[in-house]
Design a protein around this ligand. Structure first.
Ligand SMILES: C[S@@+](CC[C@H](N)C(=O)[O-])C[C@H]1O[C@@H](n2cnc3c(N)ncnc32)[C@H](O)[C@@H]1O
Ligand SMILES: [Zn+2]
Length: 263
């Protein structure tokens, strides 16, 4: 009897998990549609050639943004990597072939797994840099330093928050692509529900300021959202008020003397 009740309970819990997963999948589609218009602006290049022939790497891909980018901007290839691709993504990879000439290729791979990543580049015949790297709602997951919380770290590291090494991450991203496009939600007071150990948690205002101080010194930084703005030392003073206005930002970073994306 108790065994029967247990299995009923297990089935109910399974159903609940399935509904939750479906809700999450749906949210990924609706969020992507909402976020795409801003991200699209960050792909604009001033040589008027559009994205024909260009390549994109989507780090932490949701697969939906690559589809929207393919349909609207028509680059030649988009490679999406994620530590944990969701199930529906393989359908997008397969069925997108009916809708677009852009090749969409999705892989289970971490940005930090050099061996697998290099194999992907070889398989996809990516020889030089990507034209663009998209890092959408994923930058705060790329925390590689030690825990910065003032506490004794627990074995499961659930309450930990690793430090973010802006120099290491942006040097890495800019070694892979000519323009790094970042879209990030900015809600430090909210919980980050897909944090893995200490990798995750939204950036604080202080962390953003450190990131932009470093970036503006070394690179060309262009804000798209909340307003178009070329980040200079002078404009750094406005950063506080900019960050106070919004719950997300979108900007791109290039080498100072980038020839603006010829791939
Ligand atoms: C908040 S989701 C954002 C998904 C999507 N880019 C979007 O715009 O909705 C962050 C994603 O980054 C992935 N991720 C985290 N660390 C990663 C890493 N080192 N390499 C690749 N993907 C990573 C996670 O698996 C997760 O799917
Ligand atoms: Zn800790």
């Amino acid at each position: 009897m108790s065994c029967g009740n247990n299995s009923l309970l297990e089935r109910l819990l399974d159903c609940e998990r399935e509904v939750e997963n479906l809700e999450n999948d749906l949210e990924i589609w609706t969020d992507a549609l909402e976020e795409f218009p801003e991200i699209e602006k960050a792909f604009e290049v001033n040589d008027g050639t559009g994205l024909g022939g260009k390549t994109i790497l989507d780090v932490g891909t949701d697969a939906v943004k690559p589809l929207l980018i393919a349909l609207k901007l028509k680059p030649s290839k988009i490679i999406g990597i994620n530590e944990e691709l969701r199930q529906f993504t393989s359908d997008i990879e397969q069925r997108s072939k009916l809708l677009t000439k852009t090749k969409i290729r999705l892989y289970n791979c971490s940005l930090f797994n050099k061996e697998t990543f290099d194999k992907i580049l070889e398989q996809e015949k990516i020889r030089g840099k990507f034209g663009f790297i998209l890092v959408s709602k994923t930058l705060h997951h790329l925390r590689t330093k030690e825990c910065i919380e003032e506490h004794e770290c627990r074995e499961d590291e659930e309450c930990c928050k690793y430090g973010f090494d802006g120099q290491y991450i942006f040097e890495k991203l800019l070694s892979l692509g000519n323009r790094v496009i970042v879209y990030e939600t900015f809600c430090p007071q909210e919980e980050d529900d897909d944090k893995v150990r200490g990798r995750g948690e939204y950036f604080t205002t202080k962390e953003w300021k450190d990131i932009f101080k470093y970036l503006s010194k070394k690179y060309r930084v262009e804000f798209i959202e909340p307003q178009k703005l070329h980040l200079t030392k002078e404009k750094m003073k406005e950063l506080d008020s900019i960050l106070r206005q919004v719950d997300h930002i979108c900007f791109y970073v290039e080498e100072k003397h980038s020839a603006n994306v010829r791939v």
